[in-house]
Design a binder for this molecule. Sequence first.
Ligand SMILES: Cc1ncc(COP(=O)(O)O)c(C=O)c1O
Length: 449
Amino acid sequence: MTTTIDREFFERHAGSAERAAEAREIFPSGVTHDVRYFDPFGLFIDRAVGPRKWDIDGNELIDYVMGHGALLFGHSHPYLVEAVQQQVARGTHLGGSNDYESQWAQAIRRLLPSAEKVRFTSSGTEATMMAVRLARAYTGRDRLLRLRNHFHGWNDSVMVGGRTSAGAIGDSGLSRAIGGTIGVFDQTDLAGIGEALATREFAAMILEPTGYSWGTCPLPPEVPQQLRALTEQAGTLLIFDEVVTGFRITRGGAQERLGVRPDLTTLAKIAAGGLPGGAVVGRADLLDQIAFDAGAARVAHPGTFNANPLSAAAGARMLTAVAEEDPVDVAAEQARRLTRGLNDALRDAEAPGAAFADASLVHIVLGPDLPRPDDGVTWRWDSVGGAQASLPPTPSEIAWPFRRAMANHGVDLMGMGAIVSCVHTDADIDATINAFTASLSDLRREELL
Ligand SMILES: Cc1ncc(COP(=O)(O)O)c(C=O)c1O
């Protein structure tokens, strides 16, 4: 049965529907990233500035995808435009070292004290692949310990047991040999993890330090803190995947707030200022395995676009702004305002569900009857009887119509979440809360919630 939500979605987005049909002829499912898949078709975006974007049908949207989390300063911030424009005219690949890559690395080190040394990659996926490789080389061990549902990119070394907002990741096409070396544990199973680490078989343990899918299921801070001690005892290296949380949870990432110094950290997204890029950073003795005087144990690392000057210029400029201005706090404050408003709307509509936020990352669950946060913002495990390995997700028969309804009302979400930037204004947040209230009432009218 076609709902009024669907009818409006088709009517408002006729141009996107047409383009999507053409795109399906050339791209699998018509999209170029799993998370961009949208039922029944995704919106084709024409341009974006600040917190907003416009689709090809001329609809204006408040954007909470924010470059999959890369855009702490919103779209096309003047700092970024200037830095990239200047550099593009001076060369996009200089075939040699350049000042920007050093400035970029210094900017990272200024914010992240655990980054004794830095190696740039072209993406977060490459960063986690290299981090695991450095750990194997250093320890002489083959195995990786990881947490169920945590996502670390799409390389074989880390993918088994992962999840994205598009759903759980299967193992089709992944090397069984590598998969067999990976131990997957629930994110709160400290006993199981402790036992596994005690075998001293694991080169490294990797995790998203605030919980899987950028905190969709929050991880109590004691867990990464205890994992630091457990990994140290076992001679296993601790890798914090801060591709999303880096320069967002605090200026110094989740590690600063947790007071945990990982051996290695993987970075991307905000780190590259809005352009493609990533980095593996951490202990100098680990990174120096890439050095040419490392002898037979040397870890090779080519990569045509490592530290390319456009990403380096963007990363250096935007991380300098992270250090010298207050985008992290401003974005977090706007996320708190948004989350409080979403919870108020849920309460007023007497709708089952909750919203919660960690810094500028907002999560929404609709359908399951979860307690709403006491302060309107912060998830509290004790309100559901203690930390659990997973939170019930929004069922897809609610999630898709909800996301279509939000798009009809001018808001584009990142899955069932919102990634807030420092340029989302109070007016944007209020408009988003109104769109949410209207979407809840659409869902109610259709008896979907
Ligand atoms: C926590 C985490 N690690 C790694 C990655 C992979 O980064 P990239 O998409 O740059 O390869 C992602 C991407 O979303 C991520 O969220």
